[in-house]
Ligand binder design. Structure first.
Ligand SMILES: Cc1ncc(COP(=O)(O)O)c(C=O)c1O
Length: 372
């Protein structure tokens, strides 16, 4: 019998840009008996997931559910449903995940326009206003928390500009949901999506999503069929809505239990406490890093508490520090993505990972490794 690799999985303190530490309730839920995807008891769990997600997304949207796939499947679901070939799409991009949206829209045969903003800078309302003036876009899309740069984009300031036009508005909340306030109805976002493995502290594998009535009207009135069967919202409705549910795909039931448990944990703690835990640990991290001579690359007003992008000091070997953290201290932090590779580290304080004791462990290890 070859070696059983599962025997040697040792815990790692996940302090990168995701996945985040999984809460105990989610781990416990994974081991519950697997139910069939149409079992009436399982449907009750799905219904509760919808209701909990509405609370956490702050929306009354009927079409609120989870796609069985990672965060990318959530954002792709927004695009395949809301974008038709030839549609005019504006992407507001200031990092890897904005550019990924551009790629998705181009693949769908849309006429894509991009407002490219320097990485590390936020999307600013004035620039968006200029871009919107005189052009009629079918869809405008942006990322709330740009994980590649650690920038918080001001959705609340950009949304009134988009809503003053006829465009549908998509917001990627993959790294924001569960870490900082997300307010879908107040933003009047037509589609928002997230993931299970960051602010919600669940393993990766699910993508919560919510679509407005206006978005669903576009889906139902499309000239062409949604090009992708798996994410077609009209098909998914038959599984998620109504008194008699029909098979659409074999839902990963144990992952749904884990998400259900994680959502309950979030609601039990209460969002105010969760968000202030993120802010508090972020402030502690920034202060202590500063004492070690390390600085954050994003200007203070635009920083995300949950993704701290730290400049790698001159002469320090990025790879060596991250592998020593992992091998000697069992702590994972993230490398720079795209143009920032080798230049920054990304330290995540997400969901249940946003705790003072975790910050202390990381800083202690970094002080030893860097000799500071
Ligand atoms: C802002 C953002 N959008 C989309 C994604 C893609 O999510 P996933 O890797 O779960 O597919 C990520 C992943 O980190 C992300 O940070």
């Amino acid at each position: 019998m070859p070696e059983d690799l599962l025997q040697n999985i040792r815990p790692v303190l996940l302090m990168g840009p995701g996945p985040s530490p999984v809460c105990e309730a989610a781990y416990a839920a994974l081991g519950k008996p697997t139910l069939g995807h149409l079992d009436p008891y399982f449907i009750r769990i799905m219904d509760a997931i919808k209701e909990h997600l509405r609370q956490i997304f702050h929306t009354k949207n009927e079409m609120t559910l989870t796609i069985s796939g990672t965060g990318s499947s959530g954002i792709e679901a927004c695009f395949v449903n809301l974008v038709e070939p030839g549609d005019r799409v504006l992407i507001l991009a200031n990092g890897v995940f904005g550019k990924r949206q551009q790629d998705m829209a181009v693949r769908l045969g849309a006429r894509v326009d991009v407002l490219d903003v320097a990485w590390g800078e936020p999307l600013l309302p004035d620039a968006v206003k200029k871009k919107l003036a005189g052009s009629a876009y079918d869809v405008v899309s942006m990322v709330h928390a740009e994980t590649s740069t650690g920038v918080r984009n001001p959705v609340e300031e950009i949304s009134p500009l988009v809503k003053s036009t006829d465009s549908l508005f998509i917001v990627d909340c993959v790294t924001s949901l569960g870490c900082i306030p997300v307010d879908v109805d107040r933003w009047e976002a037509d589609a928002a999506c997230s993931c299970s493995q960051k602010g919600l502290s669940c393993p990766p594998g699910l993508a919560p999503i919510t679509l407005s009535a206006r978005a669903m009207a576009k889906v139902k009135g499309r000239k062409s069929r949604v090009s992708n069967f798996y994410m077609d919202m009209t098909a998914l409705t038959t599984y998620w809505e109504g008194d008699s549910r029909a098979y659409h795909h074999t839902a990963p039931s144990n992952m749904y239990y884990a998400l259900y448990a994680a959502l309950r944990e979030f609601l039990r703690e209460g969002e105010d406490k969760v968000f202030s835990r993120h802010l508090d640990t972020h402030a502690m991290l920034v202060r202590e890093l500063g004492e070690m001579g390390l600085t954050l690359s994003v200007a203070a007003p635009h920083r995300l508490p949950q993704v701290n992008v730290v400049g790698i000091p001159e002469g320090v070997d990025d790879e060596q520090v991250r592998s020593r953290l992992l091998n000697e201290y069992r702590i994972e932090i993230g490398a720079g993505l795209g143009a920032l590779a080798g230049k920054v580290w990304r330290i995540g304080l997400m969901g249940h990972g946003a705790r003072r004791e975790n910050v202390e462990k990381l800083l202690d290890a970094m002080r030893r490794i860097l000799g500071r």
